[in-house]
Design a protein around this ligand. Structure first.
Ligand code: ADP
Ligand code: MG
Length: 644
């Protein structure tokens, strides 16, 4: 194109495109989902702007917030169009090629090992999936602040942008035109597209229309000379010129020949001969916009009427997580009272790899905030505390104001109430995961649960949750004083008696020996190491149970978790351990008085506070104990490894 300005893709983007083009990945369908998701994002953006400025929407068709899909079989073009925010020239340059997002190299890296292309959307590079099916792509876009441009690329390392002098004006929005590869012709099939939209994009909150053909029977005047009755009728259509939603494009094979004169003739024939058929039925192909998604937003529906499958599919589209796995759990509720909102929360099937890596420097919540059905933001940190940021979901509030800036909204007093309720519901949901898990119950109720039908599916689900997200619960105990006790209930660990299985504080307490006042625990780098610890000798002999804390975060955790259900925690490697009274204690103390005194004097220069006769040992002759408020040996170890 004469007026084209050329650009080179940023190097990482270029590599990404190479990978996509040469990919043997068989599930190429995902491109459609990515394009529809982008269209939906663009529509969300313009709708959000329209809250404070109605003008931005324009009039007539432009104001219709919708997505349109068209097929041009003759030219092998599939196009997806939205009336979203559109892109200025600068947006096109930046968003589609020159600025690599942080996810680009992460995704490239992933794809080089065992990556699943299906996850492309999560890395923020979904657009490039178009090159799974197309060898040439045009992006026509019109933003309110700029004129209409065409972006185009054959994925050969470069792209071009030109002022659009060829296409019909879009009004506002974006049309992505895919020139399909020979082996991707299946995407010109209406049925295939309907199926895909149903499968992947059912929960998009804007209408998706397909310019679909329809065979209808039509009565037309009989014409005996017409020998082309059985001829197949092929429709040639230009998708660009049919872009208005309101046009009902009808092609009738007889339309051209049927003049008003003939109609007159028809009438006169009728008068002459009533037995002769004057009309006949022919197949007519018409085209019209067919709505492909008419499902009401899941969160607005009655939870009783939403199936598990629908919740699962909604999760996939919400989280852009299109793996095969079901979310571990969900909670759909309606909060009433001063602050009204509807919400669906999910525990994902897996924790993202970087969940804790980015914990302290990212604030990103994974909840989508809507106000009265209008998408506001998915970057609202105020909805959930950091430690619950692994949850996904949506919140739609009727109480929050619509026509204020994001910043004002962020400070709205209702958010505090919403957050409080969300935390409560989230913790309930997690507690239920444990309650419904047959592996978690005490032996006495085990029988009943095992007989129920879905218990097999629920078996081991809490251990799975704990494995993925246990650390978040621990961080919660550290950070959230208000819910500390609720969170402590969710805590799981191994103990000196748990035989490799996870156990809870409640279970520990139910097994405490009579007269045992404190909850005993020990920290270290592994269970194997702790099992051999001399600190345990006497306790084990006396049949006390000791909790093993082996995660570095546990040391911090235990600085915040002082007690549980009126029981204090006692680190058995620290001063202050009381294991019942021994009648010989006093006697022993007395008879070894001189020895302990001598030892204390000898070790005084080694930072030793005291030397005592102890009842915590069974076989080992002596052990070094930490003072009550000092760092445990394990904490010293952790601190040392951190400074190195
Ligand atoms: P993501 O959607 O995760 O941001 P994509 O690779 O899918 O990543 O899209 C890249 C960017 O291109 C988007 O962030 C958006 O700015 C822009 N974009 C893509 N499609 C459209 C569209 N239909 N309308 C407006 N902008 C779009
Ligand atoms: Mg996208």
């Amino acid at each position: 194109r004469a007026n084209a300005e050329k650009f080179e893709f940023q190097a990482e983007v270029s590599r990404l495109m190479d990978i996509i083009i040469n990919s043997l990945y068989s599930n190429k369908d995902i491109f459609l989902r990515e394009l529809i998701s982008n269209a939906s994002d663009a529509l969300d953006k313009i709708r959000f702007l329209a809250l404070t400025d109605k003008e931005v929407l324009g009039e007539g068709d432009d104001a219709k917030l919708e997505i349109q899909i068209k097929l041009d079989k003759e030219n092998k073009i599939l196009s997806i169009r939205d009336r979203g925010i559109g892109m200025t020239k600068e947006d096109l340059v930046k968003n589609l090629g020159t600025i690599a997002k942080s996810g680009t190299s992460a995704f490239v890296e992933k794809m080089q090992t065992s990556g699943d292309l299906n996850l492309i959307g999560q890395f923020g590079v979904g657009f490039y999936s178009v090159y799974l099916v197309a060898d040439y792509v045009e992006v026509i876009s019109k933003h309110n602040d700029d004129i209409q441009y065409v972006w185009e690329s054959k994925a050969d390392g470069a792209f071009a942008i030109s002022e659009d002098q060829w296409n019909e004006p879009l009004g506002r929005g974006t049309e992505i035109r895919l020139h399909l590869r020979d082996e991707a012709q299946e995407y010109l099939d209406e049925y295939k597209l309907k199926e895909l939209v149903k499968k992947y994009s059912e929960f998009i909150n804007f209408p998706i229309h397909l310019w679909a053909s329809k065979e209808v029977d039509e009565e037309v005047p009989a014409d005996e000379d017409d020998s082309s009755d059985d001829e197949e009728f092929i429709v040639h259509m230009n998708p660009i010129s049919c872009s208005s939603l309101t046009v009902k494009y009808t092609l009738m094979r007889t339309a051209e020949s049927k003049s008003s004169e003939e109609e007159d003739e028809e009438d006169s024939e009728k008068d002459e001969d009533d037995k002769k058929p004057k009309t006949k039925t022919v197949k007519k192909t018409t085209y019209e916009w067919e709505l492909l998604n008419d499902v009401k937003a899941v969160w607005l529906r009655n939870p009783k009427e939403v199936t598990d499958e629908e919740y699962t599919k909604f999760y996939h589209s919400l989280a852009k997580d299109f793996g095969d796995e079901k979310p571990m759990s969900w909670s759909h509720f309606n909060a009433e009272g001063d602050v009204e909102f509807k919400a669906v929360l999910y525990v994902p099937p897996k924790a993202p790899q970087d969940l804790y890596e980015s914990y302290y420097n990212s604030n990103k919540s994974n909840l989508k905030l809507y106000v009265r059905r209008v998408f506001i933001s998915d970057e609202f940190d105020e909805l959930l505390p950091k430690y619950l940021s692994f949850l996904k979901g949506i919140v739609d509030s009727d109480t929050l104001p619509l026509n204020v800036s994001r910043e004002m909204l962020q400070q709205h007093s209702s958010l505090k109430t919403i957050k409080k309720k969300l935390i409560r519901k989230a913790l309930d949901m997690i507690r239920k995961l444990a309650e419904e898990d047959p592996d978690e119950s005490n032996d006495k109720d085990k029988k009943d649960i095992e007989e129920s039908s879905d218990s097999n599916e629920k078996k081991g689900q809490y251990a799975k949750f704990w494995n993925e997200f246990g650390k978040s619960i621990k961080l919660g105990i550290i950070e959230d004083a208000t819910n500390r006790n609720r969170l402590a209930k969710l805590l799981r660990f191994e103990t000196s008696k748990s035989d490799g299985k996870l156990t809870s504080l409640d279970q520990y307490i139910s097994r405490m020996k009579s007269g045992q006042k404190d909850i005993f625990y020990i920290t270290g780098s592994s269970k194997e190491q702790l099992e051999k610890s001399p600190f345990l000798e006497r306790l084990t002999k006396k049949n006390y149970e000791v909790i093993f804390f082996t995660d570095p975060v546990d040391e911090y955790l235990m600085q915040y978790l002082m007690d549980y259900e009126d029981k204090k925690f006692q680190n058995v490697s620290k001063e202050g351990l009381k294991i019942g009274k021994d009648s010989k204690d006093k006697e022993l103390k007395e008879s070894f008085k001189d020895l302990t005194k001598w030892w204390k004097g000898t070790l005084a220069s080694e930072n030793i506070d005291d030397v005592k006769i102890s009842n915590r040992l069974a076989d080992s002759p002596c052990v070094v104990v930490t003072s009550k408020y000092g760092w445990s040996a394990n904490m010293e170890r952790i601190m040392q490894s951190q400074t190195l």
